[in-house]
Design a protein around this ligand. Structure first.
Ligand code: F6R
Length: 240
């Protein structure tokens, strides 16, 4: 049975995917100037961030919550997700520092840092839009395949496949942190709307399996079957 709560848009290439994603985000920011946006890092959203940076949108009243950060990397470290966001988006838009919310991978007490992040998410209210990418193992944020879903922010050991996939952002695989902090699945599922970006043949095949098969923490993206407002933008062509 098709899921009427999931809308899928298939694009012919990465440029189209990025343009459509940026248009959807822009629409929300224009209609809701105080929008609360959940953001991913990684390769897939780079094109969308570039276009958003060129649209002259007003983010001055927005709040962004990034999904995850590597444990042990300071925001000043160019390999951190905080630095990635600065380069790809924050430096190009008028979002004030006070609107940027991030897990701190170098907090003294990482458990406490996770609780702080959950409280901040609670205090500001549900996200209006959660943008997601997906790992080659089906992870969302850094919610890796596991025996159960974890609702709250947590310290997440990274799987060998994630470490390998993300080593392209580091000089060598041994430099990739073995742990990350990630938003749990509760704030993701509580978001008013989810936008999932999927690029490449392998990921498209995995997505199809996840959306037509059982909902299982072994394939975290399958949980989106239970959300009532999901847009998925895909392209089978690899990102150039
Ligand atoms: C990172 C994140 C991850 C990525 C996923 C896909 O903040 O949330 O779930 O979205 O690993 O990464 P790319 O786009 O690099 O393939």
């Amino acid at each position: 049975m098709t899921n009427k709560y999931i809308k899928q848009i298939n694009c012919s290439d990465y440029q189209e995917l990025s343009g459509r994603a940026a248009a959807l985000v822009a629409d929300i920011v224009k209609k809701q100037p105080k929008a609360r946006l959940g953001l991913p890092t990684g390769s897939t959203p780079i094109g969308m961030y570039k276009i958003l940076g060129e649209m002259n949108l007003d983010f001055s009243l927005c709040h962004t919550f990034n999904l995850d950060e590597y444990a042990g990397l300071a925001s000043s470290d160019k390999r951190s997700y905080r630095a990635f966001m600065q380069e790809q988006l924050f430096s190009r838009i008028n979002l004030p520092e006070s609107g940027i919310h991030f897990l701190n991978g170098t907090a003294q007490d990482l458990e406490k840092e996770c609780r702080r992040y959950d409280e901040e998410l609670e205090r500001l209210g549900p996200l209006n839009l959660q943008i997601l990418g997906m790992g080659l193992n089906g992870h969302i944020g850094f919610n890796e395949p596991a025996d159960s879903f974890i609702p709250q922010a947590h310290i997440q050991p990274l799987s060998p496949s994630t470490i390998k996939a993300n080593s392209r952002f580091f000089n060598q695989e041994s430099e990739v942190p073995r742990q990350a902090l990630t938003m749990g699945v509760a704030p993701i599922m509580r978001a008013e709307k989810i936008l999932l970006l999927i690029c490449g043949k392998e990921k498209c095949a995995l997505l199809e399996k996840a959306l037509s098969g059982p909902i299982t923490p072994k394939l975290p993206v399958s949980l989106l079957q239970l959300h009532s407002n999901v847009t998925i933008i895909t392209c089978t062509k690899d990102q150039a």
